[in-house]
Design a protein around this ligand. Structure first.
Ligand SMILES: Cc1cc2nc3c(=O)[nH]c(=O)nc-3n(C[C@H](O)[C@H](O)[C@H](O)COP(=O)(O)OP(=O)(O)OC[C@H]3O[C@@H](n4cnc5c(N)ncnc54)[C@H](O)[C@@H]3O)c2cc1C
Length: 390
């Protein structure tokens, strides 16, 4: 077992850090305050070829893997973006890129992947529904056959960056639950235009991750064209798991980078800050140990995430590893940002120190895109072989 990165992987990681560092913490504080999409940073990421790192070369990608993508996300997050950086990679290279490259038609690949890779096209994914919540298979949005296409009716909640997206990956029922043997049957994926008659959306005000909007979305008799089906009609659930599990890898990478950044901000401050005589507060074990514990946990999450990514790249099952890494990363980084704030005292609470944004953003990932309780359910049932509790 060799844990060393290749020379090329080290260069990719360094390039990502350098690009993120050119924008830096002040850029993110300003974007967060204005609730603005970080479009300049995203364009720089695409111009450097980093958006297409794991996408096929024939469409303009680099043809590398999920491990390289994790390295990029981690370093962009560590250089200033924090955990929300993972979401930028979710919406585009994952919701758009992985879904289309794995299950899209040749026409979709030719038309959409080169634009995605250039930074010319943003995506979003509409899976979650208010009544279904974590129980995604209870979703009610329905695409009813209509001539050669479908008519879509229903509503979604918490959809990230709809206002920036040209394309939306929608997961809908195409067969009623009563008509299928398993609840995982009868679901389909569609890649539709956001600007379309009958599709409306409204922003939700929220605690953090403010550079990316979150919206409720309504579908009122929205026409879906036949060529907008992605993958297998009625068989979309299994195919969607490629998207959801790789989403976990970039989420974890964003968290690992955010944790490193929060610790760096806190350590720099605590090593300078003196309140009783000449010793900095960073010299007290009461300040050191919580940060050291967080550092150890973040390193473990990082390694497990690399394992998940490497297994995906090798075509092996990676769901258990991706889930475990996400669980530990989200808890470790929520703790790391909380402890970092404690170590900084009042200054950690001030917007100018940047830590408060990292603290707000990190909180989201304990329950999204998948909650820690649902991951523990998964581990209990699939990895331990225990009875399903719900
Ligand atoms: C900012 C933000 C961005 C998001 N972006 C997107 C997006 O782009 N696209 C999209 O489709 N969705 C998105 N989501 C939705 C997100 O995936 C869900 O919020 C998440 O899956 C949890 O669902 P819920 O909020 O309905 O919680 P609920 O399902 O209502 O759960 C509430 C609590 O109960 C727990 N719980 C539920 N069932 C069980 C059980 N069986 N055992 C133990 N505990 C349980 C949960 O873990 C959670 O702690 C986003 C959410 C947020 C907040």
């Amino acid at each position: 077992m060799d844990f060393r990165l290749t020379e090329e992987q080290r260069m990719i990681a360094e390039t990502a850090y350098r690009i993120g560092d050119e924008f830096g913490l002040d850029y993110w504080r300003e974007k967060d305050a204005k609730k603005e999409f970080p479009k300049e940073l995203w364009q720089a990421v695409c111009d450097a070829g980093l958006c297409g790192v794991a996408l096929p070369e024939e469409y303009g990608g680099a043809g590398s893997g999920m491990l390289e993508m994790a390295l990029i996300v981690e370093n962009l997050a560590a250089s200033g973006g924090g955990a929300t950086l993972g979401q930028l990679f979710m919406i585009n290279p994952i919701f758009g890129g992985v879904t289309i490259s794995k299950h899209g038609t040749d026409k979709m690949k030719e038309e959409l992947l080169p634009r995605l890779i250039k930074g010319d096209l943003n995506f979003c994914m509409a899976l979650t529904e208010a009544r279904a919540g974590s129980n995604s298979l209870e979703l009610k949005t329905f695409a009813e056959a209509d001539g050669d296409g479908w008519r879509l009716n229903g509503e979604k909640i918490w959809i990230t960056a709809v206002d920036q997206a040209e394309k939306m990956l929608v997961i809908a029922r195409t067969k009623k639950v009563e008509e299928v043997q398993k609840r995982t049957d009868g679901l389909s994926m569609f890649m539709i235009d956001v600007k379309r008659d009958g599709l409306t959306y409204h922003p939700i005000d929220k605690v953090g991750t403010k550079t990316l909007s979150s919206c409720t979305v309504f579908f009122d008799d929205v026409r879906i064209e036949p060529e907008e089906l992605v993958g297998t009609l009625h068989g979309g659930w299994k195919e969607l798991l490629d998207t959801l599990n790789t989403e976990r890898i970039v989420t974890t990478a964003g968290l690992v980078g955010a944790g490193s950044l929060a610790l760096r901000v806190a350590v720099d401050y605590a090593n300078e800050r003196k309140v009783f005589g000449n010793r900095p507060v960073g010299s007290y074990q009461g300040i050191q140990f919580p940060l050291a514990q967080a550092k150890a946990e973040i390193e473990c999450a990082r390694l497990m995430n690399y394992k998940a990514a490497a297994q995906f790249d090798a075509g092996e099952p990676f769901g258990s590893e991706a889930n475990a890494a996400k669980l530990i990363a989200a808890q470790a980084v929520a703790d790391a940002t909380e402890r970092a704030m404690q170590a900084m005292g009042g200054m950690g609470y001030a917007t100018e120190s940047h830590l408060e944004r990292l603290w707000r953003d990190a909180r989201l990932f304990r329950f999204a895109p998948v909650s820690e309780e649902m991951i523990l359910n998964f581990i209990a049932v699939h990895d331990l072989g225990m009875p399903r509790s719900y």
